[in-house]
Design a binder for this molecule. Structure first.
Ligand code: GLA
Length: 391
């Protein structure tokens, strides 16, 4: 945990509430190595939590009020009562992640108590690194810690956060982002079965770096395109007579292709092939086969570009640049929901500065921006932070 972030939360808390927080909790952002748009098809994903966090500092109150200071939004304040109806705030979208979590915890019957909160984070916002899931999970972790919600397991916490996002914030996301924010493990990627929610840790091989390159391309239309893709996947599953595309094989798809329009067929093809690639990638990573891993990442990108159609030309060019710079020593692909955002690359740690320099020389976004490059390592999921700084 970066000490600058702890200092920022502690000093903002002190400045506003006149004392230091007594509890600090964190939840990380995430990057998905492979398995895109498979989570809401009951499929497989292979993300890792990253060393960028949302940090929440808090002190219990003796009444039933919740006060929330958003340090990254110019110390904007939200306040509500635990016994009042919890409604959305159109004027400050950030507040809805907090309100949604509290509302969903309350609906599940958890006993919550009043609290003063300050929140700050260093997960890049709007980059596709799940800053919102990180915020939801951090808020859930805070109430779990503060109110002793021992029955709220990390998986239940993630499901509650997903409900908050689906039913309160209004985004129909799958479970991947919240689950990895809650259950991430230091040094490990997690192969998650999004149907059973079982996860198997896959160690990141020694000396391999996880590089995230933010294209600086504004992610336009993400929500409407995302919902449309979800809808197309559901249509395809119905056509093939299964609950979710997880249950279709390529053979069955070919036999029953008749009657399904070609676009919906391509969407299904992406999901079905991506599920298999994700299982194969977990194997490749576990056996340190970076050549195979790179091939699977390349195929995943092509499938997102041609079949699922969620990439944009500048991202395709950035991926090609990274792939040729990395060669057979790793791989690169777009990561996250699509239409801009970030590319993830796996490469030898010793190559990071060379590849970073190449990206800075040869890549510009359509608006002329340099990429932001982050060298990350797989990190632990949400939890308590022990250090509280005296200012
Ligand atoms: C977003 C969603 C996830 C997942 C990815 C695509 O990040 O929040 O649930 O569907 O897109 O893999």
């Amino acid at each position: 945990m970066k000490s600058a972030l702890i200092d920022r939360v502690c000093s903002a808390f002190d400045g506003f509430y006149g004392r230091l927080p007594t509890v600090l909790v964190q939840a990380p952002g995430r990057v998905n190595l492979i398995g895109e748009h498979t989570d809401y098809n009951d499929g497989f994903v292979l993300p890792c939590a990253i060393n960028f966090h949302t940090l929440v500092g808090a002190c219990p109150r003796s009444d039933r009020r919740v006060r929330v200071l958003a340090v990254d939004y110019g110390n904007a304040l939200d306040e509500f009562g635990l016994d009042d109806p919890i409604v959305q705030r159109a004027d400050s979208p950030w507040a809805n992640y907090v309100r949604g979590m509290v509302k969903k915890l309350r609906e599940q019957g958890f006993g919550l108590s009043g609290v003063d909160i300050a929140i700050a984070g260093n997960v890049p916002i709007g980059a596709g690194l799940s800053s919102s899931a990180s915020l939801e999970v951090a808020v859930g972790q805070l109430f779990k810690t503060l109110c002793g919600l021992d029955t709220l397991s990390p998986t239940e916490l993630a499901l509650t956060a997903q409900r908050a996002e689906n039913q309160f914030v209004g985004c129909q996301c799958g479970i991947m982002d919240q689950l990895i924010a809650a259950r991430g493990e230091e040094g490990q990627a997690l192969l998650i079965d999004c149907r059973s929610l079982e996860a198997r840790s896959v160690p990141m091989p020694q000396g391999v770096a996880v590089m995230i390159v933010h294209s600086r391309i504004q992610r336009g239309l993400v929500e409407s395109e995302y919902n449309q893709r979800r809808h197309q996947c559901e249509t395809a599953a119905r056509h093939f007579g299964v609950n979710a595309l997880r249950d279709v094989t390529l053979d069955r798809m070919q036999v029953h292709a008749k009657g399904l329009d070609p676009v919906t067929m391509r969407r299904a093809l992406h999901v079905v092939t991506e599920n298999q690639r994700t299982l194969d990638a977990a194997e490749a990573l576990a056996t340190h086969d970076l050549l195979r891993m790179g091939q699977l990442m390349a195929q995943s990108h092509v499938s997102m570009r041609d079949d699922f159609e969620i990439t944009v030309p500048a991202i395709d060019a950035l991926v090609e640049l990274l792939q040729s710079a990395i060669g057979s020593q790793g791989g690169a692909r777009m990561t996250g929901g699509g239409f801009g955002g970030c590319v993830v690359a796996l490469l030898p740690a010793t190559e990071v500065s060379r590849v970073r320099a190449l990206v800075q020389t040869h890549y510009r976004s359509p608006e002329g921006h340099l990429a932001h490059v982050y060298a990350c390592h797989p990190s632990a999921g949400a939890g308590r932070v022990d250090e509280i700084r005296a200012i």
